[in-house]
Design a protein around this ligand. Structure first.
Ligand code: ASP
Length: 329
């Protein structure tokens, strides 16, 4: 075989191998520039806070900046749509929460498929929620709050981050539990909603501890209950909703990391390694503990665990949301 032909054959074989094995060259070079982490809610809110803590840890591991970009609106679906349309090259990643599993049932039209248009990287953290109100809200405990809302009904204003957000979901469950409708005020995230709660422009919110802990501790808002079965260690004085007037009321906001679908395996592996580093990172553990939560166990911070969990959550929430008859258009 002439030398040229041999060389060409070798080149072809290398290219074929490269295509089949998911571009091994990428595994060595990725990442060679900053990575954008899309957070589908406003800056300064709970998902943004979780995103920035993980971005800091992943930056240290990958030796490249992971930069958070906030793409808020429509309960997280605008950011998700942006990611679904992005290049699957590892330079766009996506940190979203439980809303990824509720949107398919809540929105009649979505431009993406929540389970199939993303490459799962892994679960990140489960965050408790708190029922909170403006500082001078009349009710002194959860039972009084429920009675007050039932009497004043839609005169009570309720802030949330749009249909499909965790605050929307929690409010929906609350309204159905106490059989009273509040007047909803949607924001691009509960970061800006918190400003209005602090200013007394809205009455009430159900929001994640990653956004409320500091304000509760500073006495700037009133906290009535946490939405977990047990008390939250960083908020020992706040009672549990389940045993204080809202039996069975339980919600934890799971967060996860994704990339667009068809991410080459070597790149996905690097991102999984960075996430594994983050869930074990003492800095991440400490920062989350201060905010009432913790990273998931490493076994859950994997593509397989997220893929299976996301699909089961979509089934679960589709059933609950259809029963409740709630839709967004
Ligand atoms: N996670 C949203 C945010 O960061 C709030 C929500 O889902 O309720 O603003």
């Amino acid at each position: 075989m002439p030398i040229q032909t041999t060389k060409r054959a070798l080149l072809c074989a290398t290219l074929a191998f490269t295509a089949l094995s998911g571009t091994p060259a990428l595994a060595q070079t990725f990442p060679d520039k900053p990575i954008t982490m899309i957070v589908p809610f406003a800056a300064g809110g709970p998902t943004d806070t979780v995103g920035r803590i993980y971005a800091q840890s992943m930056t240290a591991f990958l030796k490249q900046q992971v930069i958070v970009e906030n793409v808020g609106g429509a309960g997280g679906t605008l950011g998700a749509a942006r990611v679904a349309r992005s290049e699957p090259n590892g330079y766009t990643i996506f940190l979203h929460h439980i809303g990824q599993s509720t949107a398919p049932a809540l929105y009649r039209k979505l431009t993406y498929n929540a389970a199939d248009d993303f490459t799962p990287i892994g679960l990140v953290a489960d965050v408790p929620m708190t029922l909170v109100a403006r500082k001078d809200f009349p009710a002194k405990d959860l039972k009084e709050l429920i009675a007050y809302v039932q009497t004043h009904k839609d005169k009570v204003t309720y802030a949330n981050a749009g249909v499909g957000s965790a605050s929307h979901l929690c409010g929906m469950l609350l309204m159905s539990a106490i059989k009273a409708d509040l007047t909803t005020v949607p924001y691009k995230g509960t970061g800006p909603a918190m400003n209005d709660l602090l200013g007394g422009q809205v009455d009430f919110m159900c929001d994640q501890t990653t956004n409320t802990t500091g304000q509760i501790k500073a006495g700037k808002i009133k906290a009535y209950a946490v939405t977990t079965k047990t008390k939250v260690a960083s908020l020992p004085d706040i009672p549990v909703a389940d045993t204080n007037g809202l039996p069975g009321f339980e919600i934890a906001v799971w967060h996860a990391l994704y990339a667009p679908k068809n991410l080459p395996k070597p790149v996905a592996d690097k991102l999984v390694a960075a996430l594994q580093h983050a869930v074990k990172d003492p800095m991440v553990k400490q920062k989350l503990a201060d905010l009432g939560t913790e990273p998931v166990a490493p076994a859950r911070a994997t593509p397989a665990a997220l893929d299976q969990f996301l699909r089961s959550e979509i089934v679960k929430w589709t059933r609950i949301i259809k029963q409740a008859g709630v839709y967004a258009d």
